[in-house]
Design a protein around this ligand. Structure first.
Ligand SMILES: [Zn+2]
Length: 228
């Protein structure tokens, strides 16, 4: 019956794949199976070496995981673009639930109390209208039954796009960008930070620093993808 209703709806209001723009079948949501199958998974070995490179020396992030590898001009970039500029709620929820299917075992082992999307600065949020990572967090949190909260930290520094910066420039640019909100008790809590794409890890490190200072027990990180 539900299938018939979707088919009926598709006839009048066809739905399209966020990546290739092909028409979706009634049973498909957001991304067609062909596009989804082309996205490159981040292998365990890659995750381990990225952890060493980005996080191991700071003692801030206890562990991290990413599902995919971000490749320029490929399917995942189109999907994340659509998350930022159109159809955001469905796309975010879709990505979050894909994460939950593949990463459930690892994340469950971390005993997470709160899932926190990396915050946007108020100005950027006003420009875009929303924080794209919030919708991914919602999809993941709903599936794994972990509460999602945007109330613990805020971004106080408006940072320029970091895409053309070197690692050192990025670190300086993001330093002191986040602040814990007052009166919220993080004591003893295990936090999972979520970002759409992790590149140098400096944003995650800055957030983690603030959360630990505010009393968090452990801070973990998850992202849809890892980028070079
Ligand atoms: Zn497609």
């Amino acid at each position: 019956m539900l299938k018939a209703v979707t088919a009926f709806g598709d006839f009048f209001l066809p739905r399209f794949c966020s990546s290739c723009n092909g028409k979706l079948q009634p049973a498909e949501t957001v991304v067609c199976p062909a596009c989804l199958s082309k996205i490159k998974f981040a292998e365990d070995e890659r995750i381990r070496s990225e952890f060493k490179r980005k996080f191991a020396s700071n003692n801030i992030i206890t562990d991290f995981i990413s599902l995919y590898v971000f490749e320029k001009d490929k399917e995942l970039q189109h999907i994340i673009h659509s998350l930022k500029y159109s159809n955001r709620f469905l796309t975010g929820k879709f990505l979050g639930s894909v994460l939950s299917v593949h990463l459930k075992k690892v994340i469950s082992g971390w005993k997470i109390d709160v899932l926190i999307p990396v915050p946007l600065h108020q100005l950027k949020k006003a420009e875009r209208g929303y924080n794209q990572s919030f919708y991914i967090a919602k999809g993941l949190g709903n599936s794994l039954k972990i509460p999602v909260s945007e109330r613990f930290i805020r971004r106080k520094k408006y940072t320029q796009s970091q895409t053309t910066m070197t690692l050192k420039e990025r670190q300086e640019n993001i330093e002191g960008a986040f602040k814990a909100k007052r009166k919220l008790n993080l004591d003893g809590k295990n936090i999972l930070l979520l970002d759409d794409v992790i590149t140098t890890g400096s944003t995650i490190l800055e957030c983690g620093k603030v959360l630990l200072k505010a009393g968090a027990n452990k801070v973990y990180a998850v992202s849809v993808a890892i980028a070079d």
